[in-house]
Design a protein around this ligand. Structure first.
Ligand SMILES: Nc1nc2c([nH]c(=O)n2[C@H]2C[C@H](O)[C@@H](COP(=O)(O)OP(=O)(O)OP(=O)(O)O)O2)c(=O)[nH]1
Ligand SMILES: [Mg+2]
Length: 127
C-alpha cells in the first residue's frame, strides 16, 4: 500500500520553514516540510491546507505543485505531493509542540531530512 502525503514548502525572504518529526513517528528525528496524509477522496491541495492549519496554524491562500516523489522506505511506501506555499495568512509555528525553524536556503543542507526529500532539497539549493 502506498501512503499519499501532501507537504508544503513555506518560503519567505529566502528562508524556508521546517519542522522536526518527533522520535516516535515514522522517520522520527528527521526534519520535514510540514504536512501529512491525504485522506480518502481528498485532493492533495486540500490535504495540504488542512495539515498546515493543524500543524502550523496558517491558512494557505495559494499553493503550486512542485514535485511528486514516490519513495519506498523499508517499512512503508509513500507518494509525496510537494507544494510551494506561495501565499498564506498567519504566522507559522509548531502548533503541535514540534520544534520548528526558519532556515536560510543556503543552510538547508545542514539539516537531516528523510531519504525521499533528497531531490527536493537539491532542487531548492539550485535555485
Ligand atoms: N510531512 C512530511 N512527511 C514526509 C516528508 N518526507 C517524508 O518522507 N515524509 C513521510 C513521513 C511519513 O511516513 C509520511 C507523512 O506522515 P505524517 O506523519 O506527517 O502524517 P500525518 O501528519 O497525517 O500524521 P499522523 O496523524 O499519521 O501522525 O510521509 C516531509 O517532508 N514532510
Ligand atoms: Mg504530519
Amino acid at each position: 500500500m502506498v501512503i499519499s502525503v501532501a507537504a508544503g514548502i513555506i518560503m519567505r525572504d529566502e528562508q524556508v520553514f521546517i519542522a522536526l518529526r518527533s522520535q516516535d513517528k515514522h522517520q522520527g528525528g528527521c526534519w520535514e516540510f510540514p504536512g501529512g496524509k491525504v485522506e480518502q477522496e481528498e485532493a492533495p491541495s486540500a490535504a495540504l491546507a488542512r495539515e498546515l492549519a493543524e500543524e502550523c496554524g496558517i491558512q494557505v491562500q495559494e499553493s503550486t505543485p512542485f514535485q511528486l516523489i514516490r519513495h519506498d522506505y523499508s517499512d512503508k511506501s509513500v507518494e509525496l505531493h510537494f507544494f510551494k506555499v506561495t501565499d498564506f495568512a498567519g504566522e507559522p509555528h509548531g502548533k503541535e509542540g514540534q520544534e520548528v525553524a526558519w532556515v536560510p536556503l543556503s543552510e538547508l543542507a545542514h539539516y537531516t531530512f528523510p531519504e525521499a526529500n533528497v531531490p527536493i532539497v537539491e532542487a531548492l539549493l539550485k535555485r
